[in-house]
Write a protein that binds this ligand. Structure first.
Ligand code: ADP
Ligand code: MG
Length: 568
């Protein structure tokens, strides 16, 4: 499927031994469980060991860190004086920490000292760390310059400068800083760039600061094993249905840890609200958040207390989350390169991953661009139907009950059974217990069918997308006037909200606002109907006044709306 098959070296034994690395590093990589070098490692490490300059290009998650780290560490003798001989420049604080941890780990056999320096951390601590002596400095550009100016980062012994995620640094406007840093390091240095993509701006840096660099490029989508382990699927979904489509797809996929990419901060915040409103544990991650908040949400995803991180590209770039199962492109990235970066978040180093892309009908063309860049086909699938979702929920419940049957503490629950003795048949007791589990899991009774646009010709859906949109359980009514009360589930009442489609209101906005301001959760909210200038939302009868008061006291999508119980 990809056109750049890795060269087969035909070696049966551990391939690291062939690269020319010192014994300590071979021992360390073996102890980390690295069995074979990844393609980028195999191609670049022997070259870097000769000391020449290099530009290395490979998709995210293909092991670029070790590709530059191992050769750098190879030069450090155990017990060597602790003065910086290598400087690694990275775009973000997270990467500084991540790369420095990796280099520390790889260099542990030689006692290598590594320090990350980045903005946002008190400079005092970094001054002390630098003062105590280090072999390798991993820095963000601004903070590196700061330390160079203070004299706390000495560059006269630097042998290697690595620019990691070079494309990203240039995108983030660090070009000048990088030039400053390169100009202050010894001219006989080795200059190494690693990047997932090589835009023209990198070429400019190359011409100015590298000497006859060797270029190594590994095709996208390859992993340590040289196989594509990321399953890539796209769904064609009208904009208004994207949030529910995503929730349903992730439900069916059984996603436990996902990163969802949005284009803007606002989109991140809105979608996070919507998904929480629908009962997902979702957290936002974007550049507008301070470091503490970002660390917190990353930790939550890693330890499983959140199941979904909704992020912008910049904020999530380069992060390596071991547990990640799914990457979702909430929009087709308009730059195909971002797609490569994003899906690099899963399927790392031999694990299997899934990349899901939601495509609005008018964005179909962009998919083709991505397929051309990655030289891989993206399958177009149908959005799962309500029946699919039900079937999946039943599967999950059956599996859970099976597992519980195998547990050895079943007898602990005997008192409950005794308490119910004789009240009904075993069968009905079992059914009732299953019902409770099913509901507690949040297996929603989601009744909406999401229109499938995967076969639409671009002309057709134009018409289809106009007119009132209907969402929510039991939303069978078609026009406001003939909306018979009977179609709204028992116990559900309607609330009138005086903003509608003209104000840009989408179902998610209403669900989000209500879930935010009241105790209700997403699955208790609906049906939702949005007309041009107003919307009608179903909520539990008992909560009508609470919802009305809460919505009157807040704004929806930044707009004040008149809200009252709905009367026909
Ligand atoms: P990149 O910088 O290309 O995005 P990383 O350097 O962050 O990728 O590596 C991704 C993951 O692969 C890390 O978890 C790393 O520990 C692992 N890894 C790197 N090299 C190997 C290897 N040779 N075998 C197995 N796992 C590896
Ligand atoms: Mg990297």
């Amino acid at each position: 499927m990809h056109d750049t098959p890795e060269p087969d070296t035909g070696s049966e034994h551990n391939g690291f031994a062939d690269l020319g690395l010192r014994a300590e590093l071979l021992a360390t990589t073996a102890s980390l469980g690295y069995e074979e070098p990844t393609p980028i490692q195999r191609e670049t490490i022997p070259v870097l060991l000769t000391g020449v300059d290099l530009v290395g290009q490979a998709a995210t998650g293909t092991g670029k860190t070790a590709a530059f780290a191992l050769p750098v560490l190879n030069l450090i003798e155990p017990g060597a004086p602790a003065e910086p001989t290598a400087l690694v420049v990275v775009p973000t604080r997270e990467l500084a920490v991540q790369v420095s941890e990796a280099m520390f780990k790889y260099g542990a056999g030689q006692g290598v000292k590594v320090v990350p320096i980045y903005g946002g951390q008190p400079i005092q601590r970094q001054l002390q760390a630098l003062d105590r002596g280090v072999h390798v400095v991993v820095a963000t550009p601004g903070r590196a310059i700061d330390h160079i100016r203070r004299g706390s980062l000495k560059l006269d012994r630097i042998r290697t400068v690595v620019l990691d995620e070079a494309d990203e640094m240039l995108d983030m406007g660090f070009t000048e800083d990088i030039e400053t840093i390169l100009e202050k390091t010894p001219t006989e240095r080795q200059t190494v760039m690693f990047s997932a993509t090589i835009p023209p701006r990198i070429e400019a840096i190359t011409r100015k600061y590298q000497r006859d660099p060797v270029r190594v490029r590994i095709g996208a989508g390859q992993t340590a094993a040289g196989k594509t382990l990321v399953r890539q699927t796209a769904y064609i979904v009208p904009r208004a249905h994207k949030a529910s489509a995503m929730g349903r797809i992730l439900d069916i996929e059984g996603a436990t840890s996902a990163i969802v990419f949005c284009r803007t901060r606002t989109e991140v915040d809105e979608l996070t609200q919507t998904m929480n409103g629908r009962g997902y544990r979702a957290e936002a991650l974007h550049g507008g958040m301070d470091q503490k908040q970002r660390d917190r949400v990353m930790a939550q995803l890693r330890d499983g207390s959140s199941e979904m991180l909704i992020a912008t590209d910049v904020a999530a770039r380069g992060l390596d989350v071991d547990t990640l199962t799914h990457v979702v492109n909430y929009d087709v990235p308009s730059a195909s390169e971002s797609y490569v970066h994003r899906i690099g978040r899963v399927g790392r180093a031999g694990r299997e991953g899934v990349a899901i892309t939601l495509v609005e009908p008018r964005q179909r063309r962009l998919l083709g661009n991505i397929e051309r860049l990655t030289k891989q086909k993206i399958d177009i699938a149908k959005v799962p139907s309500v029946a699919d979702l039900r079937a999946r929920q039943i599967e999950v419940t059956v599996e859970a009950v099976r597992e519980a049957l195998a547990a050895d503490d079943l007898d602990d629950y005997n008192p409950v059974l005794h308490g119910l003795a004789g009240e009904d048949s075993d069968r009905n007791l079992a059914l009732a217990a299953i019902k409770l589990y099913h509901e507690a899991r949040g297996a929603t009774t989601d009744e909406r069918e999401i229109p499938d646009a995967s076969e639409d010709r671009p002309k057709k859906h134009k018409k289809k997308d106009r007119g009132d949109e209907h969402y929510g359980p039991g939303s069978k009514f078609t026009k406001p006037k003939d909306r018979p009360k009977g179609n709204v589930g028992p116990g559900t009442s309607l609330v009138y909200v005086g903003v509608g489609r003209k104000a840009g209101i989408r179902p998610g906005d209403l669900v989000g606002a209500i879930a935010n301001e009241t105790d209700l959760v997403g699955r208790e909210i609906g049906p939702i109907r949005i007309a041009d200038s107003y919307a009608v939302v179903g909520v539990p009868e008992a909560a009508v006044q609470t919802v009305v008061d809460a919505l009157n006291a807040t704004t929806i999508r930044g707009k004040k709306a008149r809200v009252r119980p709905y009367v026909d």
